[in-house]
Design a protein around this ligand. Structure first.
Ligand SMILES: Nc1ncnc2c1ncn2[C@@H]1O[C@H](COP(=O)(O)OP(=O)(O)OP(=O)(O)O)[C@@H](O)[C@H]1O
Length: 856
């Protein structure tokens, strides 16, 4: 350690001496009215030699002439950087250096739309990145032209420097990050932590460089003021700015943009530039160096590419963690742990050491934050494989819900190409919708009640005590990715979801039920305003990924500048502590990208799957936008195998679709002789025709041949073909079938023991009221699709006839009209692939995914 300090001090003394020498050289130089050529040559030579010391290699050499063997990554912070060539005489030149890191900022009077400025910005950033010791320089860029840093893409891919932001929101986000970086440190009171701080890298060991190549067009006075404020305070916190286009044009006659504090201003002329006085120093000739300076040309594209790729690769290699580094040895330790006292899983490496987090009484739930693309899914998948390799499916059951458009958890379910699944996965929601999220929370709440009864019967009050009695009951971990979607707004779903979340969050620990809530935004969830503390207070484990600092306490800035693949894990509710001090409750970890090695991931899942017990069934999958088919319905499958399942003593039921609940139960409507046993499918959506067909097919499967008639009336021309095909199938099953048209329909109203199925009931001319009232008693049931709700209402004789049709399936019908027909206020938002089913007999009103289309 002493050796490194001595080395640093030596380097510092050396740099100071060279700077002083250069300053004296410049100060002693007074331009004579008739310049002495020899003297100028000699001065340029002295400046060249000073520059070689101050800015060797990457920092000061012409980039197109640099040997390709020049190594990347120096041993200390680069302080001066070359911007171009000073040319006092045609044949006398010297490298123009400016102080930056450790001193102040740079401004260019023109922005990057001037290609010379764009070029020199690329060159400055490249020089600094190539020289800074690995991981010590954090670069953020803003560029409305979106072209200046395009060639730096490999750094973004490696997670070293995000792509430049181009719009005002991006600018604001970057400014907020820089302001976060500059927040004053909290006073140091604990001498021990002060001591420890010396041994740890401190914030000042890293610098943040904010490069503004061109400001977004909507930039306002507020943002300009924030930039100016950052310039004033930045350097003491290691923040430095390079701003092109400063000062810009005044936004209004009252506003003039001041020179940026602590900046070396560069006035862009044509073809040269003038370099103004650096902060705290003055060229003796006046406000700027009295020598024309030519900005460095832009670095060769291949060079940028090569350097970025090398930096990216070495960063990736240095930090790379492999999923297998976090998992137990498959030959010795899979499924070896007991969940009785809690669950434990390695979530990443700190140095070479595994860092584990737990689901236990003191740490029942976790909150994970990170911006989109920040690695949330990767982190969650690591955790899930970690748990799934440590605990037997008897010890652990997973509920996995994803509210974003991606398909985070789809790898845990069987697909046509790969039939394996994660045996621990009980229910998986892909592109979940809010109704399904709510169903999962209801299910967890009901599971708590079920477990409470088990506990009571066993005479215990805690999960661990029950397990100690030898009872097998898995712990449940429910992961909800982008949970804020479930809680969005202030509607009934949000209100109920908050109440259930609170209940599970508060009581879950006692029942072995744990939550991982993940989000890109934890603040600003309106439905949580009153409940924030009472809910999140139950989440002592906080995991902040890049862009997810808001899961930590506002004054804890440890996650301010995380790179992709790293996370802050905090087990004290996000609480911080003195900057730089070692925090037992908080660690910076590196975690693997599980998808980096798809083969290993597949092999892992298959191995887990092969180890499952023979009773294990695939997870129940709710796929938000997937259609549901009658042939895939387990109820339909079983009744086709054994029609006696619905024997005559039971009522035949029309299967309509799957309810949006955890197990995706079948929604059905029963037919018997009591009044109202008719089914109306309502709304213009073409799905109506499919719903009727599924209803008919499922009913046909429950009747012995020749025991009931099917009368099919395709009054909608487009449905003729479908109905004829259906009729053939029914005949094959041994059922008597008739098809009728509009004229023939009226006669069928008098029949007994028949299902009368009408596609386009709204075009029928006969009055169905008598048939609706009296039909069921004679075994005649109508299954009708009305495309217009008003016509249906007329057909039943308005609200007085409501009871005559007890089964209602609403497709794309507005909530107001639905409420009128149901007779109570119904919350319903019509959308593709969803229907609202109301059964007046059972009182059920539920959202279903109606059966549509061909079977899979
Ligand atoms: N530990 C890691 N190391 C390197 N790259 C990673 C790591 N984790 C994730 N990535 C990469 O970052 C990208 C985003 O990751 P991921 O999909 O997990 O983020 P996310 O936060 O879930 O994003 P979104 O919410 O947009 O889906 C992916 O391309 C992934 O390969």
């Amino acid at each position: 350690m002493n050796e490194r300090i001595d080395q640093a001090a030596g380097l510092h003394r050396h740099a100071a001496a060279v700077t002083a020498a250069a300053a004296i050289a410049l100060d002693n130089y007074l331009p004579s009215p008739r310049p002495d050529l020899a003297e100028q040559h000699e001065l340029a030579a002295r400046l060249r030699s000073a520059a070689e010391h101050l800015a060797p290699g990457w920092l000061g050499a012409p980039l197109d002439a640099l040997p390709s063997t020049t190594p990347l990554g120096g041993s200390r912070r680069p302080e001066f950087v070359r911007i171009g060539t000073g040319q006092p005489l045609d044949d006398a030149t010297f490298p123009m250096l400016v102080p930056l890191l450790g001193t102040g900022h740079l401004t260019f009077s023109a922005d990057a739309r001037d290609p010379r400025v764009g070029g020199v910005l690329r060159s400055i950033v490249l020089r600094l990145l190539a020289t800074a010791p690995a991981g010590t320089l954090i670069v953020r860029a803003i560029d409305a032209t979106e072209s200046v840093f395009r060639s730096f893409q490999p750094l973004a891919d490696a997670g070293l420097m995000p792509l430049a932001v181009a719009d005002r929101d991006g600018l604001r986000a970057v400014l907020a990050e820089a302001e976060h970086w500059c927040r004053p440190t909290r006073p140091e009171s604990d001498p021990k932590s002060a001591r420890e701080r010396k041994a740890k890298p401190r914030r000042r060991d890293r610098s943040m460089l904010l490069v503004i190549a061109s400001l977004p067009s909507m930039t306002g006075a507020g943002e300009l003021a924030r930039i100016a404020a950052l310039a004033r305070t930045g350097p003491t916190h290691g923040l430095h700015l390079v701003v092109a286009g400063w000062p810009g044009a005044a936004l209004s006659p009252e506003t003039t943009q001041e020179r940026l504090a602590l900046a070396t201003p560069i006035k862009v002329k044509n073809p040269h530039v003038l370099v103004g006085n650096p902060p705290g120093a003055a060229y003796s000739m006046g406000r700027s160096l009295n020598v024309p300076v030519y900005l460095d040309p832009e670095p060769p594209v291949e060079l940028v590419q090569r350097v970025c790729e090398e930096l990216g690769a070495s960063f990736t290699q240095q930090g790379a963690v492999h999923l297998l580094d976090l998992l137990p040895d498959p030959d010795h330790g899979w499924w070896a742990e007991s969940a009785a006292a809690g669950l434990s899983v390695s979530v990443g490496l700190a140095g070479d050491t595994q860092v584990s987090l737990h689901f236990a009484d003191l740490t029942p739930h976790w909150l994970v934050g990170g911006r989109s693309g920040g690695g949330k899914t990767a982190f969650l998948i690591d955790v899930l494989y970690g748990l799934a390799t440590r605990y037997d499916p008897e010890e652990l059951a997973l509920y996995l819900l994803d509210f974003k458009e991606g398909v985070s958890f789809s790898e845990f379910i069987p697909t046509p190409r790969d039939p394996s699944w994660l045996p621990h996965a009980f229910a998986v929601g892909i592109e979940s919708d809010r109704a399904y999220g709510l169903a999962v929370l209801r299910d967890l709440d009901a599971e708590m009640s079920r477990r409470a009864t088990i506990f009571k019967n066993a005479g215990v009050s805690r999960y661990v005590d029950l397990r100690n009695l030898g009872e097998v009951l898995p712990r449940i971990v429910c992961v909800i990715d982008e949970f804020q979607v479930l809680l969005a707004g202030t509607d009934r779903t949000a209100t109920e979801a908050v109440a259930l979340l609170e209940s599970v969050a508060r009581k879950g620990r006692s029942f072995g039920i744990h939550l991982i809530l993940a989000s890109q935004t934890v603040r600003g969830i309106e439905a949580l305003y009153a409940k924030r503390d009472s809910i999140f207070g139950q989440f002592p484990v906080r995991v902040a990924l890049p862009g997810g600092a808001d899961v930590l306490e506002p004054n804890n800035d440890s996650a301010a500048t995380l790179q992709l693949g790293t996370a802050i894990v905090n087990t004290a509710g996000g609480l911080g502590g003195p900057r730089g001090a070692s925090r037992a409750h908080e660690k910076l970890v590196r975690f693997p990208d599980p998808h980096a090695d798809q083969q290993i991931l597949t092999a892992l899942r298959q191995r887990l799957w092969q180890a499952r017990s023979t009773e294990d069934t695939p997870p129940i999958v709710f796929s938000g936008f997937a259609a549901q088919h009658l042939d895939d319905d387990p109820t339909y499958q079983s009744l086709r195998l054994d029609a006696r399942l619905y024997s005559k003593s039971q009522q035949p039921r029309a299967l309509l679709g799957r309810r949006v609940d955890v197990t995706m139960t079948t929604a059905d409507f029963a037919f018997d002789s009591s009044p109202g046993r008719h089914l109306a499918v309502l709304g213009p959506s073409a799905d109506g025709a499919d719903v009727l067909e599924a209803a008919v097919r499922s009913l046909a499967a429950q009747h012995e041949p020749s025991t009931v008639h099917f009368v099919l009336a395709p009054l909608v021309a487009t449905e003729h073909e479908r109905v004829f095909a259906l009729a053939e199938d029914l005949i094959d099953m041994g059922h008597p079938v008739e098809t009728v048209d509009k004229v023939g329909l009226a006669d069928t109203f008098e029949r007994d023991d028949a299902y009368l199925v009408v596609w386009g009931m709204d075009t029928a001319s006969a009055d169905p009221r008598g048939m609706l009232r009296e039909g069921p008693a004679r075994g005649l049931h109508l299954l009708g699709w009305w495309r217009q709700l008003r016509r249906f209402s007329e057909d039943i004789g308005g609200s007085s006839g409501r009871e005559d049709v007890a089964g209602l399936v609403f497709l794309n019908a507005p909530a107001q009209e639905v409420s009128l027909l149901v007779g109570t206020n119904v919350e319903w938002e019509p959308r593709r692939g969803r229907a609202l089913f109301h059964d007046r007999h059972t009182g059920e009103t539920s959202v279903i995914v109606p059966y549509t289309g061909a079977s899979s």
